[in-house]
Design a protein around this ligand. Structure first.
Ligand code: FEO
Ligand code: CA
Length: 683
């Protein structure tokens, strides 16, 4: 890009093209708008549906006048001439890594949809689409047949469990209100594909040559070489991606997947390992091990690269934001180390006033932080490939919330992080690579605000991705033993005995960036919603396990939320009219209701009225909410269906059937569904 201002270039690009109704009326260029007046889309829609009642039914419930449909479930083939899975009791098909690499993965989370023909601004209509879904983790008891009442996966089945995670990329055809998967011919480099913990990736950004990554690379590639797999890129590592929760998508049409609970897949086959002892002597390693908790989480063993005794730096390969090009299967996914490492949640991209890219991320663990990355370079709307290095260099920040509704973004620089006085247990960061790989430690030292499981961090944008200043931070809650402490942005309720309680029901914060510019370092913030029961200032409720808790949504005597009660908000998306639709993960811990989807207008003042739009079947959380660009279809994921009963007890196999038979009145399967209006209108 030459020295033209970004807005000039964008303006000429938009004028050059015939726009589909509405986009030109959006405030893509002029940023002088108040936060409550930023959703001037062509479509205005009030939330006039009749709410779904609280229920614990083993199905999807949607309001009168709406209907739901199944799109894809775990195990569905992505290629022609493959059989549909025959799932009876677990072990649905020849359950191998090779087989799972051709079928939709387990535990679907984030969903992004790309027009099959890329253009900028993104079009509102298309017949053909490419979908990218995260497959976050695996629920072994729902995937493998127990033997003599015990779960004893074979080595082949264990590899398949690893391969069921990652990302699924697949073509979808829209025919009016109907959406269906387009299977591809089974050949190398088809557009449909799985990206698993064994796929070749390339590390980019300042941490790409960190010694932990280099050490792990040698072992991963050596272990995969035993199976005949050799990287094609000079810097390729066959570690793929896994534990992919929320995500994002860039204006240039790439998918961003965030690696969350990376601890889940590592084990330690030899507690006396000299290699692991040597690693623990390295500065920062024990903090990392403790912070992520990966000492010995996976109980079934598996490929050697996930054995800490053999590959103690394996976890350094995960926790990143990974960029995938849905249009180009020949381009190896890139791990963008400049965005920092953590239990990464989401990577929401917004274009700043000057044309840089701001990317927001959470870290879904109690007392962790909210992050923002601002690219050094600017988005080139004329050449999508020219944007491939944009996420390699920029400034990384963590959020600090202050009293009086003010806050700022703390830049995580080497000089600042090393200038903070350290305890005898803390070690300085060697260089910028070291800071990025230990980003949590840098945020903590520099005084960022500890949050109650910040998961989704989203900003409403249209097909231009021009930001309008507002950002929503969804905090799922804090139910941990160490979670009793709170702070200004993560309040605690007190119960009838004036005892301080944990944050059982979560909350949503809204920030407004200074000057409505996503490159700003200052912001204002407010509580947008509080989870809980909105009917009283002190609502003592009985949890699923019989405990009496303060489940009120009130805060300091102020009612922030009204309408339907909910608990543990998790993911959030926006329609074209300024309504937020958010999902829950753990409602049944507090209320006798399955997890669901709730809608609220972002333009109303508190107390804001929440409406229950959808509830899911038993045992699942709802994930990946997403509107089609024309807002006539709403998609969401059902993750770990049947993994818990109505009281929150985890399904553990043995001889009994899981508590859910969704979606086929048989063995439960994680599924993406979509909702349409029977009259074909806007959701
Ligand atoms: Fe998909 Fe943060 O759980
Ligand atoms: Ca979640």
């Amino acid at each position: 890009m030459k020295n033209n201002s970004f807005n000039q270039i964008l303006q000429s690009e938009i004028s050059r093209r015939t726009m589909i109704g509405g986009l030109l009326t959006l405030p893509a260029i002029s940023m002088n708008l108040t936060p409550n007046n930023v959703f001037g889309g062509a479509i205005s829609k009030s939330l006039d549906f009749v709410c779904v009642p609280e229920n614990m039914n083993d199905t999807i419930s949607v309001p009168e006048g709406y209907e739901w449909h199944k799109l894809i479930s775990w195990g569905d083939p992505l290629f022609e001439e493959m059989e549909a899975p025959k799932i009876q009791r677990g072990a649905p098909f020849t359950f191998t890594r090779a087989e799972q690499e051709k079928r939709f993965g387990m535990c679907n989370d984030m969903l992004a949809i790309f027009p099959k023909k890329y253009q900028y601004p993104w079009p509102e209509v298309s017949k053909d689409w490419i979908f990218c879904s995260n497959n976050e983790y695996v629920a072994p008891y729902l995937m493998i047949t127990t033997k003599d009442g015990e779960l004893k996966p074979t080595p082949s089945e264990i590899e398949a469990l690893y391969a069921a995670q990652g990302v699924s990329v697949y073509e979808v055809r829209q025919d009016g209100a109907s959406w269906s998967i387009v299977k591809n011919k089974l050949q190398n480099k088809a557009l449909n594909r799985r990206i698993t913990p064994f796929t070749e990736v390339v590390f980019e950004g300042a941490a790409k040559n960190h010694p932990w990554i280099k050490a792990a690379k040698v072992l991963v590639n050596a272990n995969e070489a035993k199976q005949g797999n050799i990287p094609k890129n000079k810097d390729g590592i066959l570690c793929g991606t896994m534990q992919n929760c929320a995500g994002g998508f860039t204006p240039w049409g790439t998918y961003l997947t965030a690696e969350e609970n990376i601890d889940n897949m590592f084990f330690n086959a030899n507690t006396e390992s000299e290699k692991l002892k040597a690693a623990r002597a390295i500065a920062g390693f024990e903090f990392d091990e403790d912070s992520f908790g990966y000492a010995n989480r996976w109980k079934f063993g598996g490929p050697q690269q996930f054995d800490l005794a053999h590959n103690p730096h394996g976890p350094a390969l995960y926790g990143w934001i990974v960029e995938i090009d849905p249009y180009d299967p020949n381009w190896a996914p890139r791990k963008r180390t400049a965005l920092g490492r953590r239990k990464s949640e989401c990577a929401t991209c917004v274009i700043t006033k000057s044309g840089q890219i701001a990317t927001y991320s959470g870290d879904d663990q109690v007392n962790e932080f909210v992050y923002k990355f601002v690219s050094k370079g600017k988005f080139n709307p004329k050449n999508r490939i020219a944007n491939r290095d944009l996420l390699n260099e920029g400034k990384l920040y963590a959020a600090r919330f202050e009293e009086n509704g003010k806050g700022h973004w703390i830049e995580l620089t080497l000089a600042a992080a090393n200038a903070v006085p350290r305890s005898m247990f803390e070690t300085p960061f060697k260089d910028n690579a070291d800071l990025l790989i230990r980003a949590r430690e840098a945020a903590r030292r520099l005084g960022a605000t500890q949050m109650d499981r910040p998961e989704d961090v989203e900003s409403p944008v249209d097909g231009t991705f021009m930001g309008k200043g507002s950002v929503y931070i969804v905090c799922t809650g804090n139910q941990s033993a160490e979670g009793i402490s709170g702070n200004i942005a993560n309040p605690r309720r007190t119960n009838g005995n004036n005892a301080v309680e944990k944050n059982y029901t979560g909350h949503i914060i809204r920030i407004n960036e200074a000057n409505l510019d996503h490159a700003a370092t200052q912001f204002e913030w407010e509580f947008f919603l509080m989870g809980g029961d909105h009917s009283a200032a002190l609502a003592n409720g009985e949890s699923a396990d019989g405990e009496t808790r303060n489940l009120s949504s009130w805060k300091d005597g102020v009612q922030i939320t009204t309408g339907q009660r909910f608990a543990m908000p998790d993911n959030i998306t926006f329609d074209n009219s300024g309504n937020a639709f958010f999902t829950t993960d753990g409602t049944a811990d507090s209320f006798r209701c399955n997890d669901g989807v709730y809608a609220v207008s972002t333009t109303q003042a508190a107390p804001r009225k929440v409406k229950r739009f959808l509830t899911g079947p038993i045992g699942c959380e709802i994930t990946g909410p997403k509107f089609s660009p024309d807002n006539k279809t709403f998609f969401c994921g059902l993750q770990h269906v049947g993994d818990e009963d109505a009281k929150g007890n985890r399904y553990r196999g043995k001889e009994e059937y899981p508590p859910s038979k969704f979606p086929n009145n048989d063995w439960p399967r994680d599924t993406i569904i979509y909702v349409t209006k029977k009259d074909g209108g806007i959701i």
